[in-house]
Design a protein around this ligand. Structure first.
Ligand SMILES: [Zn+2]
Ligand SMILES: [Zn+2]
Length: 306
């Protein structure tokens, strides 16, 4: 290889790296976590500035607002007021007869994904399969709430049947799924019996969540809420290896209900603490720096083409 070619290739690779970092969201200042942070799972607050308050308080750069189709205006106002800090997804109860039309309209009006979808149906049921087809057609991801156990804060069961979800991952290869909630994270362990929401103690290797993330390129993971936080804490040694194993598939999210990113006025699992802070602290502790950056910024901004 001549020097000239070597130099040309070098310059090309520099250009590729520069372009990649521009695509990566003009990486804003790193802030207190040592990296830009995307919160992939934030529900809109009562006011536009309430949303900003949670980001600023928790050291988060940017967030995906997961918004019910009936409350879209608030999310639209927030994105319009702070376009560098918010994007939005749209959700709806998939049992509503006009669900598909409403979601199609939301995508036309600026939603860049669907979710969180939390419907009291089987994950392989006809209502959900219509959504998987729409998401493939529009090339937008779906954040799915998988819950097999009734909870006081979340009564009912939602998108049931995660253990057999490989059938859907296979049937809809062009649909991008983002898994979330207690059944998703509890099923990292092979012994999950669907009898409790937040199992404690050592993880038994071979659970479906671990397996599906490895086997299906169209499955990603949202690490938000008590469910994601419980997974990181119940068996930190297993979790550290899992973070490395699926480093291109995992995305930080909070699902936090606190007011200020510091734990004030939080409900349920956010009572007295900000889950964003708790999970970022744990991720920072368990993941090597390059993996941390992928999980808190690069994977999400790449997937959402920010
Ligand atoms: Zn949820
Ligand atoms: Zn919080």
């Amino acid at each position: 290889m001549s020097d000239a070619i070597g130099r040309r290739e070098f310059l090309q690779s520099v250009a590729v790296i520069a372009a990649a970092s521009r695509v990566g969201g003009q990486a804003p200042p790193a802030g207190e976590w040592g990296a830009s942070v995307l919160d992939i799972h934030l529900h809109p607050r009562a006011t536009v500035e309430g949303n900003v308050l949670h980001l600023d308080g928790s050291g988060v750069t940017k967030a995906v607002l997961l918004t019910g189709a009936n409350a879209e205006d608030r999310a639209k106002q927030t994105v319009a007021a702070h376009p560098s800090r918010f994007v939005r997804f749209a959700s709806i109860d998939m049992t509503q007869p006009d669900a598909i039309d409403r979601l199609r309209m939301a995508a036309k009006n600026g939603a860049i994904g669907f979710g969180e979808i939390k419907s009291q149906v089987a994950a392989a049921g006809p209502e959900m399969q219509r959504l998987y087809a729409l998401a493939a057609e529009l090339n937008l991801p779906i954040t799915m709430h998988f819950q097999e156990v009734n909870q006081p804060n979340s009564p009912g069961t939602f998108n049931t049947g995660l253990k057999k979800f490989d059938a859907m991952l296979k049937a809809y290869p062009k649909t991008t799924f983002i898994g979330h909630a207690d059944a998703f994270w509890a099923n990292v362990s092979a012994d999950y019996a669907e009898d409790t929401s937040y199992p404690k103690g050592p993880i038994k290797p071979g659970g479906v969540t671990d397996k599906f993330l490895g086997d299906y390129p169209n499955l990603y993971a949202d690490m938000s809420a008590n469910s994601g936080n419980n997974f990181l804490n119940r068996d930190p040694e297993f979790a550290a290896a899992f973070l490395v194993r699926h480093q291109n598939k995992l995305m930080f999210g909070s699902d936090c209900s606190c007011a200020d990113g510091r734990g004030t006025s939080g409900r349920g699992a956010s009572a007295g603490r900000c889950i964003a802070r708790a999970t970022l602290t744990m991720l920072k502790k368990l993941a090597p720096p390059d993996v941390f950056r992928k999980i808190v910024w690069e994977n999400g901004t790449r997937l959402l083409k920010m």
